[in-house]
Design a protein around this ligand. Structure first.
Ligand code: 6GU
Length: 248
């Protein structure tokens, strides 16, 4: 549900969304909130009671857009109604996974200074933000959410990419990767990766994932269960990178 349907449609018509839709695995429908306004000026915003700068999204068009689209909702069908707002819960992989389990989702994008509070209280089931910065509207965040959810629908990505998703899901950052040529401007690809020894390659990748996570996102390590082998690799990394000595 948006005031900028062309913008949303343009993104669907490209990239991953189209892949998912072409394969018949997902459907996206863009709805213009303005189609549900009540006057010939197609008004969707209004002044705030009590005064103050800025306009708010009026409740009627949003309620009626959602009710119209869900008019075929079955008894007992659970459909999250997600409001994109900087006041929402910050989007995480766990939330994306949870949303990907539903048959249908409604995502509402806002503009202006925000929403009439009754939208939050009586219509919306989830409020989602994509980070601690303010954007001019909910469309880009909604598209971020759709993209992330699409990737978790079985069959949308090829097996190579799915495997990559899994390694994100394991909570560590990706290890460094290289392609041809094996030497470029004198910069060499690590020998182990050219060795053909899969055992060594796997161990190297695990270690570099751990190193990269320790360097860039030590906070991620707290939520992860580490094997004995991981702990050994972490000790090696600390020897090699004294600046990481005090981590975990
Ligand atoms: Cl969901 N909306 C807006 N307007 N700004 C944001 C956001 C959402 N998430 C982060 N910044």
């Amino acid at each position: 549900m948006t005031l900028f349907p062309e913008m949303c449609q343009a993104v669907y018509n490209d990239a991953l969304f189209n892949i998912a839709s072409n394969k018949g695995l997902m459907e996206y429908h863009v709805h213009n909130i303005r189609d549900y306004s009540h006057d010939r000026h197609r008004t969707v915003d209004d002044y705030t009671f009590g005064g103050g700068a800025g306009m708010l999204m009026k409740p009627e068009p949003i309620f009626e857009a959602v009710e119209d689209v869900l008019s075929d909702k079955k008894e007992g069908e659970e459909i999250p109604i997600i409001l994109m707002t900087p006041q929402g819960k910050k989007l995480s992989h766990a939330m994306v996974r949870e949303f990907s389990c539903y048959d249908r989702l409604v995502i509402i994008c806002g503009h202006y200074e925000g929403f009439d509070e009754r939208v939050r209280e009586h219509l919306v089931t989830h409020e989602v933000s994509i980070g601690d910065y303010v954007l001019s509207g909910g469309e880009l965040p909604a598209l971020v959410l759709c993209d992330a959810i699409s990737r978790l629908v079985p069959g949308v990505l090829g097996s190579d990419e799915s495997a990559q998703t899994d390694s994100y899901a394991d909570g560590l950052l990706e290890y460094p990767q290289y392609t041809r040529p094996p030497e470029y401007r004198g910069w060499k690809v690590p020998d182990i990766l050219l060795s053909g020894d899969h055992g060594k390659v796997d161990k190297w990748r695990r270690k570099e994932s751990l190193r990269r996570t320790m360097q860039r996102r030590p906070d991620l390590l707290e939520g992860i269960s580490l094997s004995k082998q991981d702990l050994k690799l972490i000790e090696e990394i600390k020897e090699e990178n004294p600046e990481l000595q005090d981590l975990i």
